[in-house]
Every structure is written in C-alpha cells, then in structure tokens.
Design a protein. Structure first.
Length: 136
C-alpha cells in the first residue's frame, strides 16, 4: 500500500490531489472492513501496524501540497431574487402541479436550511419539522 500511495496517478498521468489520495486509502480501508477477516483493519490508528502506510501517505500529501497540487473548489453562483422570480414566472416552480411544487419545496429547503446535495434532502424527515399555526 505504501508503494501504491507514492505512485498512484489519475488516468491522464497527473498526480491525485492530497485529499483525493487520502480518500482513496480510506475507501480501501472501508472496503476491507466489509470482508470478515479484515473487519478490524485500521490504517489511520497510531496503534495499528500500518505506520509505514501512514508515513508514506503523510509524506506524499505534503509533497503534493508543496507542489501546489490541490482540488479546485467549484462553487455555484447564488440564485438572485430576479432568478427566483424568473423560476416562478416560467412555471418551473408552481403550486398547481406536483412537479412544480416538488421543485419549489426543494428550492426553499435548500435556501432555508442551507442544504447542498441531493442526499441532504433525502435525509430530511417529517419529524424534523414543527408545524406552527399562527392566526393573524
């Protein structure tokens, strides 16, 4: 595994960013833990026999960081109030169809709760909400 960490490359031959390399090793560990005879594999614990792997990973991550190799963070532009109005005016979000209502709920959940990905929406549960009736 130590040699793999030092030599791993993407398909185009470029080096993996440090975080990706760490995630690959963590993924191998997760895979091995699903195999009964390797269920107790712990690459990242200091008391485990994988100190050579940890040192190689640490060294390689430092090399890559000092070489300026890192993942560029892709950020989406925020939706402006004009864009939101355009979504309502175009009918993408509406309350007359189930699809339009679903889009509106998805949009407002993201906007209100700061949800980023689809999994965060799937993990929402009705028990996490409190319905309050306010009489005006």
């Amino acid at each position: 595994m130590s040699f793999f960490v030092m030599e791993a490359r993407r398909q185009d031959g470029a080096c993996y960013p440090p975080n990706s390399l760490y995630n690959i090793v963590a993924g191998v560990q997760r895979y091995l833990r699903n195999v009964p005879q390797f269920a107790d594999v712990a690459f990242f614990q200091k008391s485990s026999p994988f100190s050579r792997l940890r040192k190689a990973l640490d060294c390689r991550m430092k090399e890559l960081t000092s070489a300026g190799i890192r993942v560029s963070v892709k950020r989406a532009d925020p939706i402006s109030p004009d864009d939101e109005c355009a979504l309502w005016n175009s009918g993408v979000m509406n309350i007359s169809t189930s699809k339009g209502l679903s889009y509106a709920v998805f949009f407002y959940n993201s906007k209100t709760f700061g949800l980023r990905g689809n999994a965060e929406h799937k993990n929402l549960d009705a028990s996490q909400f409190t319905v309050v009736w306010v009489s005006v």
